[in-house]
Design a binder for this molecule. Structure first.
Ligand code: PLP
Length: 438
């Protein structure tokens, strides 16, 4: 095991990591996964309470997804999607279109979330160019937004730590206030915060709409900035404003789609459809890299022409990979077979119950929940998160706080007893970290 760790440190550049920190904090070599559990090389198990960066929906090594992948593996592993097509990509696109009742009937594929963001931004800008309105080439996003870390996606990612070093490469979008309900002043409701933020968006659009292609938003929960949650009223108002000012609405459901917030798409809770909807992470059940952008027919038609240059010529080698699409189809089949959205209502209730001890903890504020995401803030100095993450691992929990925000985002398979264990061990880790650190 020590050998594997030193080989990894020598040969693998790990993501989102200051590698020097591994002098003090060892890597964990994972040998296998089963259900919500990850097992290290010594057989110690960890509850994957963050679904391995929010991707895993039905547990590790899910029997059904494994089976469907094995069947597909014997038929076709990959074929380029330009000039060719195949059953899994067609079936998946039809299924996703049906899930939006046909509102978003055209699926464009890529591999990672950030690529989906890039595609939506490029499609929006190119749409306006095809309409003879190439001056509409700016974007606007929310304060604290996160839409990925490739250069185009960083333009609409408002997190200094991820963006500042690359400023000369990035054409940063403007930001408008977040509807995060923690901004409520005395007596204000979450809906009031949403309306105030929408008023700020309106003022911005009024001044800038003629040069603006799209507004991009993470519906209901801004996850990467620290699980900032907000009222669906904001999305309703944003939709109306985007219509009024002729600006596209891009819904980045990469983290919040696929049932995470309680409905299959978060936008459904506002009763709206965006012009572009980005999906990734959970769509393949956490098995294979897959992302996609769903768009409206009016968008698609603006690219449909005799001139090649009016087409959307973007591509990635693995676009629409049959194995990844099969994992996604199997994931959607599980949603139907196991009535996941209905059963998640009960699971979300267990999370609420499990968080009760946090609501009275002296160092905890803002316990909040949207569907299968539960988060709370801890009064603790900077640096607390690493200390807590280590204490959680000692308690057999994979939790990665964002700053001083601890959150649970488990796969949709936790039973009541495991949810209780999550609660008990989170509390132990919290108190251990506070004692050591504060
Ligand atoms: C809302 C949102 N958009 C985009 C991304 C980027 O996805 P990926 O890491 O697959 O590039 C993420 C990743 O966390 C995300 O949360």
């Amino acid at each position: 095991m020590t050998d594997l760790l030193s080989r990894s440190l020598a040969a693998v550049w790990h993501p989102c990591t200051q590698m020097k920190q591994h002098e003090a904090t060892p890597l964990i070599p994972i040998a296998r996964g089963e259900g919500p559990w990850l097992y290290d090389a010594d057989g110690k198990r960890y509850l994957d309470a963050v679904s391995s960066w929010w991707v895993n929906l039905f547990g590790h090594c899910n029997t059904y997804i494994n089976l469907r992948l094995r069947e597909q593996l014997e038929k076709l592993e990959h074929v380029m999607l330009a000039g060719f097509t195949h059953e899994p990509v067609v079936a998946l696109s039809e299924k996703l279109s049906a899930l939006t009742s046909g509102a978003l009937g055209h699926a464009f594929y890529a591999s990672d979330g950030a690529s989906a963001t890039e595609i939506a931004l490029k499609m929006s800008l190119h749409y306006w160019r095809n309409q003879g309105r190439s001056e509409k080439n700016r974007f606007v996003c929310l304060e604290g937004s996160y839409h990925g870390e490739t250069v185009g996606a960083l333009a609409v990612t408002d997190i200094a730590l991820f963006r500042d070093a690359y400023a000369p490469l990035v054409r940063a979008a403007d930001t408008v206030p977040s509807p995060d309900w923690r901004r409520a002043q005395d007596g204000e409701t979450a809906a009031d915060v949403a309306r105030n933020a929408a008023a700020a968006l309106e003022a911005w659009l009024q001044a800038n709409h003629t040069q603006t292609a799209a507004f991009i938003v993470e519906p209901l929960v801004q996850c990467a900035t620290g699980m900032a949650m907000y009222d669906a009223e904001y999305l309703r108002l944003a939709r109306a404003l985007c219509d009024r000012y002729e600006v596209h609405l891009i819904a980045d459901e990469i983290a919040v789609g696929c049932g995470r917030t309680g409905s299959f798409f978060a936008c459904e809770q506002a009763g709206i459809w965006p012009d572009f909807l980005c999906l990734s992470k959970g769509i393949s059940g956490g098995y294979l890299p897959l992302s996609l952008v769903l768009s409206r027919d009016a968008i698609y038609q603006a690219f449909y022409a005799d001139e090649v240059s009016r087409g959307f010529l973007h591509s990635h080698s693995y676009t629409g990979n049959p194995l990844a699409c099969t994992a996604a189809l199997a994931t959607l089949e599980l949603f139907d077979q196991e009535q996941v959205l209905a059963r998640n209502r009960e699971r979300a209730g267990w999370l609420t119950e499990a968080a009760l001890p946090m609501t009275t903890h002296r160092k905890v504020r803002n316990v909040r929940q949207t569907g299968m995401i539960l988060a709370f803030d801890v009064d603790a100095p900077a640096g607390f998160s690493r200390c807590f993450a280590q204490a959680a691992l000692d308690e057999g929990l994979l939790l990665r706080p964002i700053g001083s925000t601890i959150y649970w985002m488990p796969p949709y398979i936790l039973d009541h007893a495991t949810t209780q264990l999550l609660s008990t061990n989170t509390l132990v880790a919290l108190d251990t970290a506070l004692e050591k650190f504060c």
